[in-house]
Design a binder for this molecule. Structure first.
Ligand code: HEM
Length: 422
């Protein structure tokens, strides 16, 4: 698989060059790591303005990702689950959300939030989600060649998260731009010219937090039916979110809920264009195939490439000694291609079943809070694509995001057919 025969010692996943390689080459490198060095040590990527860190262990096999995810006492999320670097205190203010916490702080926040982020609350918004999908897809009908990310996959989850939180439509562009900065991994397309990435990152957090502080005051004064109102007006076991917790939860949702779902949908469109037989299977039996197809898209796309944990006590993982304080990165994309778990893992199979992928994280306290919503969003989006558009064809190469963290697609040129055309 892939054009490259990697020698294990030539693989360096800490370089920008590695993540600029085509998907098949990266996947081939991870296949070699799984086989020959499943817990491999790497020096840390260089980040301007930060002292070099001590390095990390890359966990690439499915079984090891499960072991680590299930054991938060040995593998802590508290020193930055989404960052290889330990987060400096000024960043913790905006980015120190529950994804980067352990119990009891994590459990307290998750309890308050999941009291409101319930399937019932979500069911209320799903009608709106269906409508957003219908309108966005209708908006591109007959438009010929479009960028599917810009026209549909990008705005869709953003509008959903903004509507869920009650963000005024006029602020959506700002939320999109700032969440792009936060997840850009320094990709110059998303960082304002002349700004250094760390400053841009901090400013993005400040802007999103300011928006949330404003909304909080409004909802306290005049409650509505949105999630923000529920969050600021609900008390669970005598506990409420502080304004700072609300702001960093919103930043987490804006970031975790947007880019991930956008990435899944974009890869889905790409994969169906590249595998017309799979499109035919799915479009021919939408109700029957959607549940497995959605899981397969999340497995195959693995929108979140890795999450980090920090070892709290000396231990051993599949025979590899790990010392307290060392960092481990859980490579979900690699685990999702593990030959020991998935038959023919490089095949995109919309009816794959069973499909025990870890695209939403492994089993454990941090399993994706938005998994139910994300699955519905993906399902509703493809439902509309099949209902309203002809089979989509790629008209150019997808442009990947240059990031080790999100397996994003920045641009996806497709032909949606001409109005009145064949
Ligand atoms: C296809 C789309 C998505 C993917 C692939 C995805 C993936 C993930 C992953 C890998 C984690 C981390 C698990 C860990 O550290 O163990 C996570 C956590 C989280 N996700 Fe998602 N996610 C998606 C969509 C969403 C959506 C739509 C939302 C909300 C609107 C959301 C909200 C969250 C939150 C709040 C957490 C943190 C949970 C915690 O720490 O307790 N995600 N997600």
């Amino acid at each position: 698989m892939g054009d490259i025969d990697w020698a294990v010692e030539d693989i360096d996943i800490s370089t920008v060059e590695f993540w600029a390689r085509p998907w098949v080459e990266r996947e081939a490198a991870f296949a070699v790591l799984r086989r020959e060095r499943p817990i491999a040590f790497f020096a840390e990527p260089e980040v301007p303005g930060f002292p070099p860190g001590p390095g990390y262990h890359a966990v690439t096999r499915h079984a090891d990702v499960l072991t680590v995810s299930r054991d938060p006492e040995t593998y802590s999320s508290a020193q930055g689950a989404v960052s290889v670097l330990d987060l400096p205190p000024e960043m913790n203010e905006f980015y120190g959300s529950m994804i980067s916490m352990d119990d009891p702080r994590h459990a307290r926040l998750r309890r308050i939030v999941s009291g409101t982020f319930t399937p019932r609350m979500l069911d209320r918004v799903l009608d709106d989600v269906a409508l957003v999908a219908r309108e966005l897809v209708a908006g591109v009908r007959g438009a010929g060649e479009i960028d599917f990310v810009e026209a549909v996959a990008g705005p869709f989850p953003l509008i959903v998260v903004c509507d869920l939180m009650g963000i005024p439509p006029g602020e959506r562009e700002m939320v999109l731009a700032q969440s792009n900065v936060i997840l850009s991994g320094g990709d110059p397309e998303f960082i304002p010219e002349g700004t250094d990435p760390v400053t841009a990152f901090l400013e993005a957090g400040q802007q999103l937090a300011a928006l949330m502080h404003e909304l909080r005051s409004e909802r306290l004064a005049r409650p509505t039916s949105d999630l923000t109102s529920a969050l600021v007006n609900t008390t669970v076991d005598g506990e409420q979110l502080t304004p700072e917790e609300l702001a960093s939860f919103f930043i987490l949702l804006a970031v975790a809920g947007n880019e991930t779902t956008r990435t899944a949908i974009s890869h889905g469109v790409r994969l169906l264009a590249e595998n017309p037989d799979q499109r035919e299977l799915w479009a021919g039996d939408v109700d029957g195939v959607t549940p497995t197809a959605v899981e397969e898209i999340v497995r195959y796309a693995s929108p979140v490439t890795w999450m980090r944990r920090t070892v709290t006590r000396d231990t051993e993982l599949s025979g590899q000694p790990l010392r307290a304080g060392e960092k481990v990165l859980l490579f979900y994309g690699s685990a999702n291609r593990d030959e020991d778990v998935f038959d023919d893992p490089d095949r995109f199979d919309v009816r794959r079943d069973p499909n025990p992928h870890v695209g939403f994280g492994g089993p454990g306290p941090h399993f994706c809070l938005g998994a139910h919503l994300a699955r519905r969003e993906i399902a509703l989006c493809f439902c509309e694509v099949f209902r309203q558009l002809p089979p989509l064809e790629l008209t150019g190469a997808p442009v990947p995001l240059r990031s080790s963290f999100v397996n994003g697609i920045k641009h996806l040129p497709v032909d949606v057919g001409r109005r009145g055309g064949p």
